[in-house]
Design a protein around this ligand. Sequence first.
Ligand code: SF4
Ligand code: SF4
Length: 671
Amino acid sequence: MNPTGEILNPTQGAFFWVFVAVFVVGLLYFVNSIWGYYRLLKLAKPEDRFDRIGERIKRMLLFAFGQKRILSDASTGLMHAFIFWGFCVLAIRTISAFAEGFSAASMDWFINSTVGTVYLYTKDVFVILVTIMVVYAAVRRAFIRPKRVDPSLEAYLVLLLIFILMITDMSMDAATAVLGGKVAFTGRFLAGLVAGVSPHGLALVYDISWWIHVVTILVFLNLLPGSKHFHVITAIPNVFFQRLTPVGEIANVDNLEELFDTEDENIPVGISKITDFSWKQFMDLYTCTECGRCHEFCPTFLTDKPLSPKRVNDELKHFLYDHEKELLAGKGDALPTIIGSVLSEDEIWDCTTCGRCEEACPVFIENIPRIIDMRRKLVMVDANFPSELQQAFTGMERNGNPWNIGMSKRFEWAEGLGIPLMAEVENQDDIDVLFWVGCAGSFDDKGKKIAIAFAKIMQKAGVKFACLGEEEMCCGDHARRAGEEYLYQTLAQQNVEVLNGYKVKKIVTICPHGFNTMQHEYTEFGGAYQVIHHTEFIAELLKEGKITLNHEVTKKITYHDSCYLGRHNGIYDAPRDVLKSIEGVELKEASLNREKALCCGAGGGRMFMEEDRGTRINHKRLENIMETSTPEEICTACPFCMTMLSDAVNETGVENVTTRDLAEIVLEAMD
Ligand code: SF4
Ligand code: SF4
């Protein structure tokens, strides 16, 4: 951006060699650091993230360059987005500044072009926006002190460096403007400040600003690797390599039996050491910005339990960085295991796999698969897990349900309802849909009420359906998410065998956990079905006019989003649409709803574990609902959420609120 070449030349004479030395040293130091982190990635376990390139590019454009997730954060979204976009726009200014160091007039061809003119104006807009946003960010950190962000000197230093870059950009433009060079509006506006300065003085202002600018860029660049601001470099690739499979889907462990037959005591199942991480999991650690969005509404963090997904990333990252040398020297296997030395077992068992952290993370860091992999190691290799889980595992193994209730009782809920079993149906083509009842619907008293209500709705609608009865086993969701992969696979294989034996194509279920696992995870075992959750099924029956809701239900109702229906499968509207179509229902939203809904505490096998750390998650959820929407009734769409929330109502003594499943409310509206 040097207009005269003669007057403004910050690297004249010996300064040229000073610049070359600073540039080369700064760049080499940076490349050397990056090279170390790249070598770490190469050492990590392989993982295929090079599929569906078109979709990856689309998501990168939307979430990295478009800042979609960041912008959904009302308090800081615009601030971060403008700083990011400013960085992208100012990248050309950076290249230009360095090019100028080698040859004063090297960028004149660009500046004097039409594109260059447009660029100068765009750059000025962003220089102003970034300056304002940087000041706002510093003030916010210093005085508002958001709870999710930890105090950090590094953050202030980075804000200061960005501020210096903006100020020096403006002072270079101001000097250029007075000397008759081409600038846009900021330079012309600020020219008044240096109008009386001699040409020599102006050249000095320009040269000093330029030197501060380029040195600041090199300092900034070398601060990034290994710091939380490494995300400036890794965020875009991390978004590109994000998981494209459904959030609710957990990857299979292949060849389990072979693995257990091996003589090697280091069975390659799950994660216990840092060397068990894949390159994408390392990249997640490089990329964590420590913004704290993940733990802001994490149910365990909100209830004072040891687990905070932000802290997990932080601690793993520091462990990785602290042991970079050993890892690069091939001595990673001698490092202590993560469980015990970096993370406590409590942290690993506290997670409900609700997915709130992943939904909130602007750089798509994957917490759940990592937690489940650590549980797999604890359960399958170390046989070390909360004792209460043993009961649930034994129940699933012996009787196909986590409560270990006799298998013969599975279909008792349907007594007198005239529901056929698949085994009794002569022609399978006569059946529209298989009703997968699930363990809670079959054995839990509240769950049974849901199963009965939904069966009655289907009967009234003339739906031809059948059940599996005793042939239905637990879907295995809780076993898998509690780390008992072997048990999960056994149950899944058994179920798929039965379902395929009846040539089942369409399944409806009242349980989001069964819905999620059968839809996304049974395909690995040869089970490909159209699985529908009962909330969508009821919405469809209504749309088709197969049921009519002609009775008023005069109540203020709050719908509680189940994690495995909402965040994991994107079903938010169907249950709300059904409630809205019931006359008399006043639908009230809790402050934490839809994608941001707070978990009830039952997922990830937590339903079958004691909650003896911190306060209770179901109480916290109830508190949020009661304080922000004051309903007369809470509507659930998951039998596990139902148990958790009705228990919370009873335990806390909250008055004047009831809990019912959507099917029960719909049935009342039909009678
Ligand atoms: S994991 Fe994601 S949301 Fe959590 S602190 Fe890191 S970047 Fe922020
Ligand atoms: S999945 Fe839910 S409980 Fe687990 S760390 Fe993330 S937000 Fe917390």
